[in-house]
Design a protein around this ligand. Structure first.
Ligand SMILES: [Zn+2]
Length: 232
């Protein structure tokens, strides 16, 4: 897309739920469970994406007036491109989804299993600055179990996308339900959004907590039991 067309697209008067993007400002809207992707998202390879992003990021830096011939800045466009595709946004590519193997619940462990304090780094899709937090996951086996590290890997995969916390919570929950073949899953996420703490309202002490309680978890008793595990 040429630059003029791109600018036209971006400045088109769009309305979301009756509000223009100017009205919405810094408020974060969550439009659905699926990460909004174009149908042709994977027609070009990761290598081609990195090349394109490097060119475009160089342009952003150039527009801001940075001297791209300076030794310190020279390599930045390529570094950013590589970091976007291979690391912080690698969860956009379904090829990077963790392979989940199910095992029989041989120990006959029938209580909730809690994997807590899973540290993750994501990025806010409205500002492209970090979301840093902890995810706590629980499930009650339907007769099948997965390796514990897979729970962490599922969190990391969905975190490595431009995100909103509500969607991240629900995407992890849906993945757990599908992988573990049960509705009995819970996800709690407690995170700091740098778009809130380092700019805008600049509130460094607030954090955002979201939760999903599916199946048997959706009772006050089970929620209490889970919250007790998280306290310890
Ligand atoms: Zn944000």
């Amino acid at each position: 897309m040429n630059t003029n067309r791109l600018i036209k697209e971006l400045t088109k008067v769009s309305k979301l739920n009756g509000f223009s993007f100017d009205d919405i400002g810094d408020d974060h809207l969550y439009t659905g469970l699926e990460t909004p992707m174009k149908p042709d998202a994977f027609l070009i390879s990761d290598e081609e994406k990195k090349e394109k992003i490097a060119i475009l990021f160089k342009e952003i830096m150039d527009v801001m007036g940075l001297d791209l011939t300076d030794d310190s800045l020279k390599g930045t466009p390529k570094r950013v491109a590589k970091m976007y595709i291979d690391e912080i946004f690698s969860g956009l590519n379904p090829n990077n989804k963790p392979k989940i193997a199910l095992f029989d619940n041989k120990y006959q462990y029938n209580q909730m299993l809690v994997e807590k304090n899973i540290t993750f780094y994501s990025n806010c899709e409205h500002h492209f600055v970090p979301i840093i937090g902890k995810a706590h996951i629980a499930y009650i086996s339907s007769g099948k179990v997965i390796g514990l590290s897979k729970l962490n890997r599922i969190v990391q995969y969905y975190a490595k996308r431009p995100q909103v916390q509500e969607r991240l919570t629900n995407q992890i929950a849906e993945e757990l339900k599908t992988s573990l073949q049960t509705e009995n899953v819970a996800v709690i996420i407690d995170a700091k959004h740098l778009c809130v703490s380092s700019r805008g309202i600049k509130d460094d002490t607030s954090a955002t907590v979201t939760s999903y309680y599916g199946g048997e978890f959706n009772t006050p008793e089970k929620i209490n039991e889970l919250l007790n595990y998280l306290k310890g």
